[in-house]
Ligand binder design. Structure first.
Ligand code: PLP
Length: 471
């Protein structure tokens, strides 16, 4: 038989490949983790985090930048910041910190996380904290408090001009405070608007600096920040925006000697299909060489380079595993596999922005395959998943005829970024489909893989309490 799921995978992709393989029983291994064994131990549905991937990703980016810096004799440093918004969980943020990263914040409550991390001795007052986002008064107050408490490397990045007035009023540091300016980028023509709502208009930045910051001994403009909504891509829009921002950096640098950092934000992509093909080394190399080229042409010193990778740091740590509960045939062609949870509540990006994730069955790779639609348990008509990144269809093994046999299990992989932040963790859920249990997998001190339950499946009581039925 050459139409098994195994055949399909081998005909379509290079397999096995980094992070994905099968074991002797032909069930899936994700980064060496036996997913079938986790299913046997914990039952589905569950989310899992493979923590060691974080260190691997941080090391990969640091190496790419240091290689490019060496190759181009670039006279600036590279700083890896983790943007907490992609996952605020303590076990995630603390793991990133073990790998020597700095942090980027987005909202006032992030500063409470920073304070906790300091109390737990996970960071020092020298850790670089880049404060991004449109600032509420509570956020600017919390940032000012951090600086007043002696955190020496906090860099508030101005998202608009008025924000600066808040710091002038509330920061009482004896030493000059470093600040940044986020430059609003132009989006691709296919996007819903032209210019990002985040940041200060590019053509206003120079005048703002001259009028408001230059000559103020309390504040130094240290960083220029930009972030393309569509991420770091090898296309004309990315290189054109990078060049524009670099020219602005050079103009400013000539009148602002303290300026010494360029923050290129996040946006390094991750694998959403086994067909993923992205040349990370080429992109990093091009970024470093472009910065050097533009600075040389303008006869200014190159900046230190900061990044704030969210998806890249933690996206590939995550997976969500479901059982297929049953098969429904709704017409001559469309077969639905009903999963034991909901896409809306566990992978909201699939529903909200049509995001695709890398999807593979865990077992039954020896069965024939067929095209199916995947359906979630909520009654929302959009709770489905019917196409993949590389093909406008979903193929999965056929279910066994005998009702008593083991169910088909499926996994969505590289789901570690943003999904819990968007779905909410706990709380009220569509049709009261609970948040699934969450398993963490890591290596112990002896290098042996161990798994532990971070959170149980959400209970009905937790929802009834919020809904006011029980105290
Ligand atoms: C300012 C800023 N930095 C970093 C990121 C992280 O982006 P990514 O998760 O694509 O790396 C974002 C994402 O929205 C952002 O707005």
């Amino acid at each position: 038989m050459n139409n098994t799921y195994t055949d399909l995978v081998h005909q379509t992709f290079h397999f096995p490949q980094e992070g994905f393989d099968t074991n002797d029983n032909n069930t899936l291994l994700f980064n060496g983790v036996d997913i079938q064994a986790l299913i046997t131990k914990y039952g589905t549905p569950f989310k899992m985090t493979f923590l060691p991937k974080i260190g691997m990703q941080v090391a990969k980016a640091k190496k790419m930048f240091s290689d490019a810096i060496r190759k181009h004799k670039y006279e600036g440093e590279y700083f890896y910041c983790y943007c907490t918004k992609s996952s605020h969980f303590s076990f995630i943020v603390e793991e990133t910190l073990k790998h020597g990263v700095h942090l980027e914040t987005s909202f006032a409550y992030d500063i409470d996380i920073i304070k906790q991390l300091y109390l737990k001795k996970k960071i020092t007052k020298e850790t670089r904290i880049i404060c991004n986002g449109f600032k509420t008064k509570a956020y600017t107050r919390s940032i000012a408090q951090l600086i007043n408490d002696g955190f020496t490397n906090v860099i508030p990045v101005l998202d608009n001009k008025n924000e600066f007035d808040d710091y002038k009023k509330s920061i009482r540091s004896k030493n000059p405070v470093n600040i940044g300016i986020r430059v609003a980028t132009e989006e691709e023509p296919t996007f819903d608007f032209y210019t990002s709502r985040l940041g200060i208009r590019s053509r206003d930045v120079l005048e703002f600096y001259v009028d408001k910051i230059k000559g103020n001994d309390k504040f130094h403009l240290k960083m220029i920040h930009f972030f393309m909504n569509k991420g770091i891509k090898d296309d004309v829009y990315y290189w054109s925006e990078l060049n524009k921002v670099l020219n602005l950096y050079c103009q400013l640098k000539k009148i602002c000697p303290e300026l010494h950092a360029l923050n290129i934000g996040g946006g390094l992509p991750i694998k959403h299909s086994l067909n993923f093909d992205y040349d990370y080394n080429y992109m990093v190399n091009e970024i470093v060489s472009t910065i050097k080229k533009v600075c040389k042409k303008n006869k200014v010193d190159v900046p230190d380079i900061y990044t704030e990778f969210g998806s890249f740091t933690i996206g590939e740590t995550g997976a969500v595993v479901y059982s297929v509960l049953d098969e429904k045939m709704q017409n001559d062609r469309e077969i639905w596999y009903m999963i034991d949870s909901s896409f809306i509540t566990t992978l909201p990006d699939t529903w909200g922005i049509g995001e695709k994730f890398l999807m593979l069955p865990i077992n039954k790779w020896d069965n024939e395959y067929q095209e199916v639609h995947l359906g979630g348990l909520t009654c929302d008509s959009h709770d489905f998943y019917t196409s993949e990144e590389h093909i406008n269809a979903v193929f999965l093994p056929k279910l066994d005829k005998e009702k008593t046999s083991e169910p088909l299990y499926i996994g969505f992989f590289h789901t570690g970024a943003y999904q819990d932040q968007l779905a909410g963790y706990g709380g009220i859920k569509h049709c009261m489909i609970p948040s699934p249990k969450h398993i963490v997998v890591e290596y112990d001190k002896e290098g042996k893989m161990e798994d532990w339950l971070y959170a149980k499946e959400q209970s009905p009581q937790s929802m009834l309490k919020i809904l006011g039925y029980i105290k």
